[in-house]
Write a new protein. Sequence first.
Length: 746
Amino acid sequence: MTRASLITFLAAVTAALALGATPAAADCPGAGENCPYTSAGSIGQRGSGVLRFPQAVAVGPDGSIYVGDQSSHVVQVFGADGGFRREVGTAGTRPGQLSAVGALAVGGDGSLLIADGGSNRIDRFDGSGSLLGTFGGPGTAVGQFRFGAGGGNDAAAGGGLAASGDTVYVVDTGNDRVLRFALDGGRGTQIVAPGTLANPRGIAVRGTRLVVADDQNHRAVVFDTGGRLLKTVGSGRGAGPGQLNFPYGVSFDRQGRLFVADDLNHRVVRSSSAATGYAYKARWGSYGAKPGQLAYPRGVATDANGLVYVANTGNDRIDVFDRSGTLQRSFGSSGRAPGQFNAPLGVATDSAGMRAVTDSVNGRLELLNPDGSVATVWGSPNPGPTLLPNPVAVAFDGAGNAYVLDGRRGRIAVFDRASGSLARTISNLGSGPGQLTSPTALAIDAGGTIAVADSGNDRIARFSTDGSYLGATTGLESPRGIAVTPDGARTYVSDGRNRITAYGPDGSELAQFGGSGVKLGKLNAPRQITLDPAGNLWVADTGNNRVQQFGPDGERLQTMGVRGIGEGEFIHPTGVSVSCNGTLTVTDTDNNRVSQFALASPASTTCGSLGALGTPPAPKVPTLPAPLGPQLTVRVLRATKLYTARNLPVRVGCDTTCQATVTVTIVQRGKPAKGKKPATAVIAPVKLTVPGGQSALVRPTLTRTAAAALRKALKGRNGLTATVSVTATAPVGAPTTVTNRLDASG
């Protein structure tokens, strides 16, 4: 979303919240006769050109660009101009739904094939996005796969796909093999058995040749389409010319050139065609976010015009280059921009109506004003020196400081309201007293006691806000969500058996309600819960894709939401909060957005006043060593007849686009006459631009005067020495100089 469109959207949401008009029944999905809210809006976008770790890219015969966006759980389709067109799929695990897109291919009939790492399945769609069929499932038999679902920043979804006519070739990453099928999944056969490849990723096909990115062997392997090994490409792990560092995507262009997304070298490597043995030719890219820079590129594809499309995964965009690495354009906006989310899990509201959302995959806390605009962001982003590798829940104390539960590290990170900086941490990972394992939720009562749903240890752990351990309620069954009354008299806990139990301060059971089902009052995988100012309980009924409201003793009050992508619809909501100004906020996790609702009958309460939110210094981003400077080739094509031709034709090549300066010095060969210095002529420097992987011919030329003076000084002799020096610079890396000395003649 552009800044202008974001401002327009927020203004519309603010106006809707203020108007309080009751929506029609059709606009209030999942509710009963009376809609519980008067208006609804969303913060963040689920798709529409917003990318979250795009790692697969394919080009259709009509020029459409298909982008497999791992964390958006969809394939996004763009026009050749980079404009967003539509989406294919929605989040989920059923056929036609996607969890973690690992690979894409376009069949000869124009159908789109998608390898879904989370379901270990291949789904096939027609040009309009309708499901044609599906095949696969977890396992090791032919027709079964172990792609791998990935895991956020540091683990990509697995799988590789390449199509040729009515045949599709499948890289089965977890099983270290390659299989071949008809487009509908029939005629399956294994063509490369385990043992040759280690964690293979991308695959490309051209004619009778297949190439596979052999990730952990740091090479690309060329097979024929029957699976016979023909050639390996790459000279081992490293950043030098021809080396690779966990290669990921591969692609052929129409001329048979091979392009490799060299993931941890943050570059693209180009090799020549099969006719020259896929010799190393060119490279481009360096770590960073600026135009032309790359961060963990994983997907690569080419179009009919020879353009190269790179899934710039760490930068959440698609970059388009020519074959020499010159950037032509980029498209896609980042799901890490302020106001966007990547799997938001938890939400809480302070006493002034300010909301905090744990943006889990992005490793941060976004603070939202009552109108939905972003007030500030706390915590450093991924990738980087991450303060919050997996923030799952948040709560405020009375002073408005934020307590963020880190599920991965098993601790509570406390952020100071005035500065926005990390003030201290509470607890650590483990199963001992005062430790946490896979915690999922927390709540703070008015007295400052923190209660944590310590899911991995099947208990509720309690701490004071200064970090002191206060004991635990044990023997629970996978607690998921937690809410505490302001006086601490009741602690509500949602659990893995689809129940909500109310406990007293001594751990005694006061009430229990819920149970498995889809009717009002029944639950399916409930997650986080919250109490509104009236003491009613709101539950993120995750498996039922809705939110429910209960009375203090489990009275079944109302429900709202159904599975979907429209306003008031959810896909696996996990967090819920009700503010003092009557706004219900829900983290719509697998739609990568936050939904907010103006409640029709909010409890009568007054928002308080708290100090301003601080903005911490911008986090330091990681830096990597600069790549090598340009690798130069210099060849003098002729060094004779210098008196008459007066030039030396020199061919200069660079493996990355460079600016080259050619200097030539010509000196008398042999001893000069006694008392004389050797006759010398210096040719004026010549500057030129050399595209990456290409060469250019330059002709440094002697002036007529210099040629005549040289001939006169040598008195008819023509023995000369030519020193040709070429210095090349590129946007990154140190300059490179190559000097050749060779015999020449007049």
